[in-house]
Design a protein around this ligand. Structure first.
Ligand code: NAP
Length: 256
């Protein structure tokens, strides 16, 4: 490489964020390897944990908006490190990278898997989960965030404990519900105490994977609590890794 090229600033990497893995990747890439990194957040949370490096907040305006951003900023490579349930953004990224020719990687934390003693009922959507809850549950920990609560609000015979990072606003018209605002990581002893003190018989959650939210599953296993677990949505077939280290290695191979 000649000197001029060696001195030229590298083109930035765009990380689609909103997950702990995205923050770790931004820190690893910007810190150890010195890539210019731009992290993108959707802007759903009022006070997000900000990654190191440059941050932009808000939607791009669909595939065309993302493709235009990638071209304008001369993005070198794109990493989709959004939450496993933020599938829409993954499809947009795949299409935008196909039209711009920019390499794309998916950084996806492994899903949780059912173990001995787990009482899981797996579902593909929230109406299915609500039907199961209506048929068998009395006191439910609803740990699905705050934006998709509506399918559960009509279940008048069930008491819900709604747990979310920020309180739902507006809150759908639940007849019987309590709210707890909390952000992980959650410890096993706290999850056990929460389930016991509220006499929870069912947890409804997403198969987000990762350590920060896994303790509720261990507590449920110990206490014989049913878990209604939503499976992950489909994603486009793109190169994927499960760890930040593998993502950094991929960036070394795929950035200019
Ligand atoms: P989504 O359904 O996949 O995306 C909906 C729209 O939000 C996208 O089309 C895009 O708007 C915008 N968007 C999503 N992620 C973005 C990002 N990182 N940067 C800029 N714009 C983004 O997403 P979602 O499920 O609403 O999740 C939104 C964000 O919250 C994601 O970044 C995700 O990582 C985080 N999150 C989601 C969950 C969850 O359970 N869904 C949980 C924890 C964190 P435009 O089309 O206008 O570009």
């Amino acid at each position: 490489m000649d000197d001029a090229l060696a001195d030229a600033p590298r083109r930035p990497v765009l990380i689609l964020g909103g997950s702990a893995e995205a923050r770790s990747l931004a820190a690893a890439a910007a810190g150890r390897d010195g890539w210019p990194v731009i992290s993108s957040l959707a802007g759903r949370v009022g006070q997000p944990h900000l990654p190191v490096g440059d941050v932009r907040i808000g939607g791009f305006g669909g595939v065309d908006g993302l493709a235009a951003y990638v071209r304008d900023r001369r993005i070198s490579a794109l990493v989709d490190a959004t939450h496993p349930f933020a599938a829409g953004m993954g499809w947009n990224a795949a299409r935008a990278c196909a039209v711009t020719g920019v390499p794309l990687l998916r950084l996806d934390r492994p899903a949780w898997t059912r173990g001995d003693g787990d009482r899981w009922i797996e579902v593909d959507d929230w109406p299915q989960a609500a039907a199961i809850v209506a048929s068998r549950s009395r006191r439910v920990l609803l740990a699905i965030g705050r934006q998709e609560l509506a399918p559960f609000a009509g279940l008048d015979r069930v008491w819900f404990l709604i747990r979310a990072v920020e309180p739902p606003d507006p809150l759908p018209a639940f007849r019987r519900a309590g709210i707890v605002s909390a952000r992980g990581p959650f410890a096993l002893e706290d999850e056990r105490a929460l389930l016991c003190s509220h006499r929870i018989d069912t947890i409804v959650c997403k198969n987000s994977g990762g350590a920060a939210a896994a303790a509720k599953l261990a507590a449920a296993r110990e206490l014989g609590v049913t878990v209604v677990m939503r499976r992950r949505p489909p994603r486009p077939a793109v190169p994927a890794v499960a760890s930040v280290g593998e993502a950094v290695a991929w960036l070394r191979e795929n950035t200019l």
